[in-house]
Design a protein around this ligand. Sequence first.
Ligand code: SLL
Length: 261
Amino acid sequence: MSERVRGVVIHRPIIYGNSAVPLTASERGSGIPPDHTHRWTVAIRSAASVPDKSDSVGGADDLGYFIKRVTFRLHETYPTPNRNVDKSPFEVTETGWGEFDISIRITFVSESAEKTLNFQHHLKLHPWVVPDLSTTPGADPATIVSVVPQPPLEPVYAWQYDEIVFTDPPKAFLDILMAHPPTPLPKVKKRAVPPNPAHTASLAPQGSRWAPEFTALLERDEGERLDAAKRSIVEETDKQRALLIEKEQELERLKKELESQ
Ligand code: SLL
């Protein structure tokens, strides 16, 4: 094993998740079990999308240079629920009828000297729904949790951006990583965006024209949201501290009043 390079932190942007599409009537009659309703694909991909494939999510780079195997553990209602994928694309396509948690295990190439990475993804088949507020007079967005029946045959996208971080990588692994720079995320979306901004915000747009695309802008927005959250925590702490001081002063005053009686 080659020597570790101390002080180096290097990351690779990935996305994980699933796309799902309802089966058409003709597919449902063609050897697929009759209770199956959807075809879905669960995958680990590079975050940058393939520019001309507007219905795919991520996947511009082959991650095989640092990932040796991805194991997807499906629900036990599937025959051979453990699915090993040893080369790109690291994905499993299946048909089925229900949503469930998929355990995902990434085994890195041996040069990495890394342990496996384990996490879960909840397979989504049914869309999240954002009711159209313009048709719901007086509705308070904060109280809307209802799920509205969906038009059929719309794809669902449930993808999560993440970064795999390697700290003090062995020299041989660092060389491999450096030889494969990730395709940079576009600054802004290159694709058509859905007319309803709520769909982009939730990354769960409907309709294949609106497959989510991960961008640097998205990352910046997330950073801004984190900064705003930090600022509001500081403000809230200051407010509570001031309140505490006020209460302590009042306590002192009342104590003195009591003593002087
Ligand atoms: C549910 N808790 O009840 C979940 C389980 C399991 C989905 C969902 C199996 C397909 C097959 C399949 O779709 N399982 O029979 O091959 O919603």
